[in-house]
Ligand binder design. Structure first.
Ligand code: MTE
Ligand code: HPA
Ligand code: MOS
Length: 779
């Protein structure tokens, strides 16, 4: 079970001993629970602050004819109404393509699209005026395309199709002893960050602007605001101390709100805050892409996959946003942990009249890997084999057989999936429980149990090479206290804690000596989004680099003062050790100041060895892989369709953990979040109007603490990363989101227990009670 947490330490007590690799509380834990942690809406409002609200398109598709500005302007409290025409620069907030209007211009692309912004003296009045959108917007309605299937039939895409092929899948499919084809779909998923999208813009002197923004990507917010304003980037400062969750939803889509607040503040020369409420956040922003799949697979009687061909159709919504790298990651995760000798994948990015879908924990990886997991499960059921056996037979091998090459040309060099799975099978007592469940099901006509194991292999690095860079600043003040600032953002994942641990370790001081400060575009420039789980890999290394430069200078001084060679000086236990003697760190720092030695430094890091041909989808996109596996046991009521996870066993690879407590928290959180996607989070758009009906927690159900497995056994596979990552740790943010595929497949296993031998129930995801009843009825 989990290791006990260190309790918050009294700041006055110096901590000794190792820092990296130990369980330390989240740097803001006490602030989170006491309510002291400052989110954007908690920042004291400057005098004269105005509030913005957005008027939304009432139709899914149409031509925008006019906006009744006079009606809007005369509403109580309204100070200004802004439209697309007010942007002095480009009316675009698309991160990659310029196809994402900030405010609608010419056409209306989805129901909920922001068309105008109301700026009023208070938030309620702004919202009331914005609520008049239906009467203020004149439009000519056009036929909307509301599903990916419909868009695909029309070849209506936001990006050209992507194809990734290895070998001769068609010929091998024809030659295979067994063949199976199928269609399947998985829904999208709302990020449901607890802090909704928000930006607070404050005009500064000389055409400058400070924007407090809840964003994973301050640098891109800076760039997009500058472009929208027709400014230079140096005029815009974007700051983010922390987010109340991002989950990918604030990688690009914080931009619209930042740009509107920035425009309003600049135009009116007043501070302007834009905080959307939950319903509007649902209606305006996109989420995880739902995927449709069509597949064909050829296999032998042992279940070896000989060839596969699959169409992956993602519902992108009205614009490209991040859909290209999302689809690329989906294609690069269709293999998951399996060697597929002959394979063809076709990725179609369908353009629909809905919110523009975006990053969500896993970034297409889950949608890719889920497809092969469903396929393998079907293959096993058709052959009457335990799916576990078929999985193991298809694992990537590291035995020199050549079965270690991914379809995109990267060799799987760090493969630990077999030993990791073996250990989990043992600790979870899989075989014994499989027998018990078979016996239980034989005796229980209504309640059925199911069991499944699924593996995870997840590629770590941005799949766009140049994004794999980071910078940091470390300041040592004359009293020996340390401040670290880096390009990453804190969204609850504990990045600041890990980076502070790295710096404390390097300088040999207690963690309480190190403080992390808000992410700020005026500190580290040109940062990447905190995404792709790379936050601590990249920023940890950059901060280590900065700390090492300072350490080097201090070591030279210590050798001069204490004797011995600079290379032999050691930092630890709040002391500097040299020549058999030691000096307190604080004393050495103070001496260094008087010696006029620079006590702060920058640091920089780029991930080595990456290359990627975006057109051919070939290369080495990932520095390493993170692995994991989960065994889920579920109980299904076959009369009502209700289902529960009764036990989950997880073994997850985080390399040599920087902080086991935080890592276990990430694994547990990702598991429950992924379980929500697999079992209960269902998005429903009205089939005619395109209105998102599930736009609030009343209709869109995310898992709560009560839904987490009552028996939840999470362990870390404690082996150092083979790649030279920060202290040989591995990224943890996204990979464990794929673990709860085991939950979906365990539910399918329970449903199969009610059918004839070798049946392969058609269970859709999310496996809501209705979906389970439909699957049961399908026997
Ligand atoms: N954990 C919390 N508590 N809140 C979040 O918003 N986002 C996830 C993951 N874990 C998230 C989280 C996503 S989508 C990513 S990419 C990573 O954290 C980003 O942080 P990291 O790179 O520092 O792990
Ligand atoms: N993850 C998240 N964001 C990204 C990625 C990725 O792999 N590639 C480009 N942007
Ligand atoms: Mo995470 S989806 O890469 O923000």
């Amino acid at each position: 079970m989990n290791k006990p947490l260190d309790l918050p330490v009294d700041a006055a007590v110096p901590q000794v001993g190792p820092v990296v690799g130990t369980s330390r509380v989240h740097e803001s834990a006490a602030l989170h629970v006491s309510g002291e942690a400052t989110y954007i809406d908690d920042i004291a409002e400057a005098q004269g602050t105005l509030h913005a609200a957005l008027g939304l398109s009432p139709v899914a598709h149409g031509r925008l004819l006019s906006i009744d500005l006079a009606l809007l302007k005369k509403q109580p409290g309204v100070v200004a109404v802004l439209t697309a025409l007010d942007f002095p620069g480009e009316n675009n907030c698309g991160p990659l393509l310029h196809d994402d209007p900030i405010l609608a211009e010419g056409d209306l692309r989805y129901l909920g699209q922001p068309v105008f912004a109301i700026i009023a003296t208070d938030r309620e009045l702004a919202r009331r005026a914005a609520g008049l959108a239906k009467s203020a917007i004149q439009f000519e309605a056009l036929e909307p395309v509301l599903t990916a299937e419909a868009a695909h039939a029309l070849s209506q895409y936001v990006l050209p199709p992507m194809h990734l092929t290895r070998g001769e899948p068609q010929a091998e499919l024809a030659r295979a002893p067994y063949r199976l084809d199928g269609e399947w779909a998985v829904g999208g998923q709302e990020q449901f960050y607890l802090e909704g999208q928000i930006s607070y813009a404050l005009p500064q002197e000389n055409r400058g602007l400070l924007v407090h923004c809840s964003t994973q990507h301050p640098s891109e917010m800076q760039q997009l605001i500058a472009k929208a304003m027709g400014w230079q980037a140096h005029q815009v400062q974007v700051q983010c101390r922390r987010m109340g969750g991002g989950f990918g939803g604030k990688e690009s889509q914080s931009a619209l709100f930042a740009c509107v607040a920035a425009l309003a503040a600049t135009k009116l020369r007043r501070p302007v805050k834009l905080r959307v409420d939950r319903d509007d956040d649902f209606q305006i922003t996109g989420r995880r892409h739902g995927f449709d799949y069509r597949w064909q697979v050829g296999f032998d009687d042992a279940g070896h996959i000989l060839a596969a061909e699959v169409d992956l159709i993602s519902n992108c919504g009205h614009s490209a946003d991040l859909s290209a790298p999302v689809m690329a990651r989906a294609l690069c995760h269709f293999d998951n942990a399996y060697w597929l000798p002959h394979v063809a994948m076709h990725g179609y990015c369908a353009k629909t009249n809905t919110q523009s879908n975006t990053a969500f924990r896993g970034f297409g990886g889950p949608q890719g890997a889920l497809a092969i997991e469903m396929i393998i499960d079907s293959v096993a059921r058709r052959l009457g084999l335990d799916p576990l056996l078929v999985r193991q037979r298809n694992f990537y091998k590291s035995d020199g057989s050549g079965q270690d090459m991914t379809p995109y040309g990267q060799r799987v060099e760090d493969n630990i999936i077999q030993p990791l799975t073996d250990r989990l099978l043992e600790t979870s007592e899989y075989a014994k429980r499989r027998e018990e469940i078979t016996a239980f099901n034989a005796a229980s006509p209504v309640l059925k149990k199911g069991l499944a194991l699924t593996p995870v292999k997840f590629g770590i690095s941005f799949n766009v090479v140049h994004l794999n860079q980071a910078g940091a600043l470390v300041h040592v003040y004359t009293d020996g206290s340390v401040l670290v600032n880096h390009g990453g953002t804190e969204m609850g994942q504990g990045l600041n804690t890990k980076v502070a641990q790295v710096v404390a370790h390097e300088l040999g001081v207690g963690l309480n000596q190190v403080r992390a400060s808000a992410t700020d575009t005026q500190k580290v420039a040109n940062t990447s989004a905190t995404a792709a789980s790379t936050g601590s890999d990249l920023n940890g290394k950059a901060a280590q680099d900065a700390a090492r430069k300072i350490k080097q200078r201090l070591a030279t001084l210590a050798a001069k003062l204490l004797g011995g060679a600079a290379e032999d000086v050691r930092f630890g236990g709040d002391h500097v050790h040299a020549n058999g003697t030691r000096m307190p760190f604080t004393e050495l720092v103070s001496k260094a100041y008087f010696e006029r030695i620079q006590l702060w430094s920058d640091g920089f890091y780029t991930t080595p060895g990456l290359h990627w041909d975006r057109a051919k989808l070939q290369g080495k996109p990932f520095y390493y892989y993170a692995y994991g596996a989960a065994v889920a046991e579920v109980l299904v009521d076959t009369l009502t369709g209700e289902n529960r996870v009764t036990r989950a066993d997880v073994l997850h690879d985080v390399g040599q953990s920087l902080n086991p407590a935080l890592d276990i928290g990430q694994v547990e959180g990702a598991f429950v979040q992924g379980m929500g996607w697999m079992t209960m989070e269902e998005l429903v758009w009205h089939p005619k109007t395109g209105m998102l009906s599930t736009h609030a927690p009343s209709t869109y159900k995310i898992p709560t603490a009560n839904d987490s497995p009552p028996d939840f056994r999470v362990a870390l596979y404690d082996q150092p990363n083979r790649a030279d990552s920060i202290h040989r740790s591995k990224a943890v943010g996204e990979p464990p989101l794929l673990l709860p595929f085991a939950v979906l497949l365990a539910i399918k296993d329970a449903v199969a227990a009610t059918g004839p031998a070798r049946c392969d129930p058609h269970l859709r995801a999310p496996a809501t009670a209705e979906a389970v009843l439909d699957a049961l009825a399908g026997h």
